[in-house]
Design a protein around this ligand. Structure first.
Ligand code: C5P
Length: 289
């Protein structure tokens, strides 16, 4: 196969806990992660150029070896022993960048999955996840997606029962948040509130969307700088518009809300869409591998 187009789905953190610093520059996490249908398109063409070329529809993204999708292709070829192989990758970005939605991680995972299929290499899901961990902490989850519990650096994964189908609205305010800076703020906090992860997992087990939505919690919200006050305002607006629950995803700045009514979700998207350019109505997605 010479050419393939794969989807790179956005991820949400239904809950996010930071247990502590690991002493190697990373932190021990406990996160319930969920894929959604909002996605980038990743087109891959195999060449025998020995190089990886990349183009995107966003001018400000790097299109050289700094882009994680290009790194993924080079890592794959090296691991598969395909020294002379090359690829042309086109990224059509829809997932907001710098949002905590795992856009770059998902692009990288999609390249690993796509090249595995196109070249007939046949690496297992676990092998692709291990390769993903060398590219970034959220890449392993994005290899198979669905609903998973992520521990350790984010690369120790356990499949969970799927999130009940429901409309989800994502709203990204127009400022990015720097991930390492937010981890540093967490480190400087002495005591912290922790999410009720066990309660959330039990709600997931019982298919209890209301109980789950009520337990969504992200510890990074407790250490947001003052300039990010809009995050709280977006959450209030979601709740006023009938959301079951709302939380920031990852290190932000995107906020999402779960609804039990398509009409309310569409209304919330339209309402927040008047203030924010990047507002999406999406749905949960099951495992893809
Ligand atoms: O793994 P990734 O490159 O996505 O991580 C980016 C940064 O986020 C790391 O350099 C680190 O500062 C922080 N991080 C962390 N603990 C994790 C994941 C990320 O401290 N588990």
């Amino acid at each position: 196969m010479k050419e393939l187009c794969v989807k790179a789905y956005a991820k949400l953190n239904l809950s996010l806990d930071v247990l502590g610093a690991m002493g190697n520059g990373y932190h021990e996490m406990r996160m319930v992660m969920q894929s959604v249908t909002l996605a980038d398109d990743v087109s891959i063409r195999l060449t025998d150029s020995g190089t990886v070329a990349l183009r995107t529809n966003l001018g400000f993204l790097p299109n050289d070896e700094r882009n994680i999708a290009a790194k993924a292709a080079r890592l794959f070829f090296a691991e598969a022993g395909m020294e002379g192989a090359g690829a042309e990758i086109r990224l059509h970005k829809r997932v907001p960048v710098g949002a905590g939605l795992g856009g770059g991680s998902s692009d990288a995972a999609a390249v690993l999955r796509g090249l595995n299929e196109m070249t007939g290499t046949g690496f297992s899901r676990e092998k692709l996840e291990r390769l993903g961990a060398r590219l970034g902490s959220d890449v392993p989850f994005c290899v198979a997606g669905g609903t998973q519990l992520a521990s350790g650096r984010g690369d120790e994964l356990r499949d969970l029962p799927p999130l009940p189908d429901c409309p989800i609205v994502i709203c990204k305010p127009p400022f990015p948040i720097q991930t390492p800076a937010l981890f540093a703020c967490i480190d400087s906090r002495r005591s912290r509130i922790h999410p009720d992860t066990e309660g959330l997992l039990a709600a997931l087990d019982g298919g209890d969307l209301v109980g789950l939505a009520r337990r969504m919690y992200n510890v990074f919200e407790d250490v947001l700088p003052r300039r990010c006050a809009e995050i709280g305002q977006i959450k209030s607006r979601f709740l006023d518009l009938g959301a079951l629950g709302t939380v920031m995803s990852g290190t932000g700045s995107a906020v999402f809300a779960l609804f039990d009514s398509e009409a309310l979700a569409e209304q919330a998207r339209a309402e927040l869409g008047r203030s924010y350019r990047e507002c999406f109505l999406t749905r949960p997605l099951g495992r893809i591998l």
